[in-house]
Ligand binder design. Structure first.
Ligand code: AHR
Length: 625
């Protein structure tokens, strides 16, 4: 195989091509990226979160009482906040009652790291002057303890710092109020101080670091289907997710569990800033999933038209909250939350994989026109419905053409063969139309987990996305995170449990693209010794130039089960160093969790390179001293 560059045939491509998709699916938020260790800290779990099939899913979920079982009730008479109506009431006798929580599948603790315990309490009757708080290992060993002083009769937050004397994977928090009387408790929280970038109310450091290592140019949030919700009342409302934690509005997650909103818009924007990624919030286009007003097979509908003005105002308020000065009403709220500087919001997604019905069109058009008029500086990303259901895709594109939507969000989950046979998909796109955000995609093998084959198909397809980086502005693999034992969707990019992060080979592909992005694409031609398309289709290349270092980045994918000897002709581009770094991702077809290998590669204007069987190779060539 010979690959010859054409340095005189270049084009500028997007500097935003690889980003990440975050959705609270598979316990990605609570119990996942959000570092809170207590499950159901606010006593707001409700049977309706689980659609009634789990009878334990009540406001007492995850809480156990040691001692008299009748001493623990949940009340809502005089709550801490109207948005957080339920709280625990404990009838206490001589310190004989202990309330405990095992977190999300047990609490994982690290020796020598500090954990902040905080809770709101008030004494309702009698005298309850102290709480003994303990972190206890599975075998009963006390890992840390503290005494918190009480005595107040109005809601007040009390705190303690706990320092475990050992590591533990299955620990629990135990709270034993001391005295005789009745005590109310709410927002019982245990947070590691070692969060990502040490943010308060922050993210799990190891998981956030794994995401950051992709070097994503943007983060899309909060979904996926979570963004448009399962019924009108389940639409994700950003305003419900900012402000003091006790004032946020928790809600049912359409993936069958509970969202505390502890990981809310402020935390998403802060994370984006911390990793140098652009925030990409996706808001419902005034319609829920499948345009189903009540969720499931319910009646079709969207937000009533007379409420759309207020809904659009919420979008304006979001832009002001993100970008407005501290003297604007919403900019002030951002400043009060600890971020006076604007967040520099540039993109907003409207709609997610919706049915492109009249109900949708009417609402989308209203939102699109209003936001475009008031905020021409914001790039609005529309949606063209689910790719596999052709009629919505066609209707979505038709609407985008009519309204001249700057960018549209396409989604496709396809088998490996589709990605191999559709590498020319965007080569055919009309450059005068909307740009594309490939917001959700993944290659899968029916009934099998993702492996190096799916990952190499994605790497292959990404060479085509780079080639089409003049029309494809952004892309994100989906879904990103999945907690072991709570996975509703497969495949995902990064699996994890409470103590380990398990990136897939597909993750390595995203990371290698994110870390080796370029903004100038150089055309190349390839001659393959075989005439068979089945062979030709399985070798792919992309050459881009890093705008900062001016390195020439060579990407080569070999999806064949045999090694391929190739000659690379840089055709006039002269490396300034004969030594380049070669990164290879390779393995047997079914290998999972493959990691990249790094080696030196001798390069010159023309050099030989053997592409290993089933491999993705990147070479960074210096072109400037
Ligand atoms: O990524 C999982 C789901 O796939 C998303 O929530 C939805 O947009 C798509 O159908």
């Amino acid at each position: 195989t010979t690959i010859t560059l054409h340095p005189n045939r270049t084009k500028q491509i997007s500097d935003m091509l690889v980003g990440v998709f975050f959705e609270d699916i598979n316990y990605a938020a609570d119990g996942g990226l959000y570092a809170e260790l207590i499950q159901n800290r606010d006593f707001e779990y409700a049977l309706s979160d689980k659609e009634g099939y789990d009878k334990t899913w009540t406001s007492k979920h995850s809480w156990l009482i040691k001692g008299d079982q009748t001493s623990f009730t949940v009340d809502s008479v005089n709550p801490l906040h109207v948005n957080n109506p339920h709280y625990a009431v404990l009838t206490v006798k001589q310190g004989e009652t202990t309330l405990s929580n095992q977190g999300f599948d047990g609490i994982t603790l690290k020796k020598g790291e500090k954990y902040n315990l905080s809770l709101f309490t008030k004494t309702l009757a009698g005298k309850v002057n102290r709480i003994s708080a303990r972190l206890v290992a599975n075998d009963g060993k006390i890992l840390a303890q503290a005494i918190l002083k009480l005595g107040h009769t109005n809601w007040k937050q009390v705190n303690a710092s706990l320092l475990p004397n050992d590591n533990a994977n299955n620990a629990s928090l135990e709270l034993t109020p001391m005295g005789n009387g009745t005590l109310a408790m709410d927002m019982i929280s245990l947070f590691p101080t070692n969060t990502f970038k040490d943010r308060k109310n922050g993210l799990r450091a190891d998981l956030a670091q794994t995401v950051a290592a992709i070097n994503p140019r943007f983060v899309r949030f909060p979904g996926g289907c979570v963004a448009h919700g399962d019924g009108i009342h389940n639409i994700y409302r950003w305003k419900n997710t900012i402000g003091p934690l006790e004032s946020r509005v928790p809600q049912r997650n359409l993936w069958g569990y509970h969202q505390t909103a502890g990981l809310g818009y402020f935390e998403y924007f802060q994370f984006c800033e911390d990793i140098g990624a652009a925030p990409l919030p996706v808001l419902a286009a005034g319609v829920p999933c499948q345009n189903s007003a009540t969720g499931g097979a319910g009646q079709q509908g969207g937000i009533p038209m007379e409420e759309m003005g207020a809904y659009i105002q919420d979008i304006f308020d979001l832009i002001e909250w993100a970008n407005g000065g501290v003297n604007t009403p919403w900019g002030k709220k951002r400043a009060e939350a600890g971020h006076p500087k604007p967040f520099n919001l540039k993109y907003i997604g409207i709609g997610n994989e919706d049915l492109i019905s009249d109900i949708f069109k009417e609402r989308f058009t209203l939102i699109f026109n209003a936001v475009r008029k008031k905020h021409p500086e914001i790039t609005i990303i529309g949606t063209v419905g689910p790719f596999s259901e052709g009629s919505d895709y066609v209707a979505g594109w038709k609407l985008a053409d009519q309204l001249e939507v700057p960018m549209v969000d396409e989604h496709y989950y396809q088998n490996t063969g589709w990605f191999i046979h559709n590498q020319d998909y965007y080569d055919r796109y009309d450059r005068s139309k909307s740009k594309v955000y490939l917001g959700e995609y993944a290659a899968f093998l029916p009934g099998r987990p993702n492996n190096i084959e799916t990952a190499l198909c994605e790497a292959l397809y990404l060479t085509a996305l780079e080639r089409n980086g003049d029309i494809v502005h952004m892309s994100s693999y989906a879904p990103m995170l999945a907690k072991e034992g709570h996975t509703q969707w497969n495949p995902n990019l990064i699996y994890f449990n409470n103590s380990e992060v398990k990136p897939t080979t597909g993750y390595q592909v995203q990371k290698l693209y994110g870390q080796n992005a370029g903004t100038t694409y150089i055309d190349a031609s390839i001659t393959v010794s075989s005439n068979q398309n089945a062979v030709k289709n399985r070798i792919a290349h992309s050459f881009v130039v890093d705008p900062f270092t001016k390195d020439l980045i060579v990407k080569l994918v070999n999806l064949l089960p045999i090694a391929v000897n190739s000659k690379i002709d840089l055709n006039g581009i002269l490396p300034t160093s004969v030594k380049a770094v070669k990164t290879t991702l390779t393995g047997n077809a079914a290998d999972k969790n493959v990691e990249p290998l790094y080696a030196d590669q001798v390069v010159s204007e023309k050099f030989d390179l053997q592409l290993a069987a089933y491999s993705f190779t990147i070479i960074r060539i210096k072109t400037q001293k």
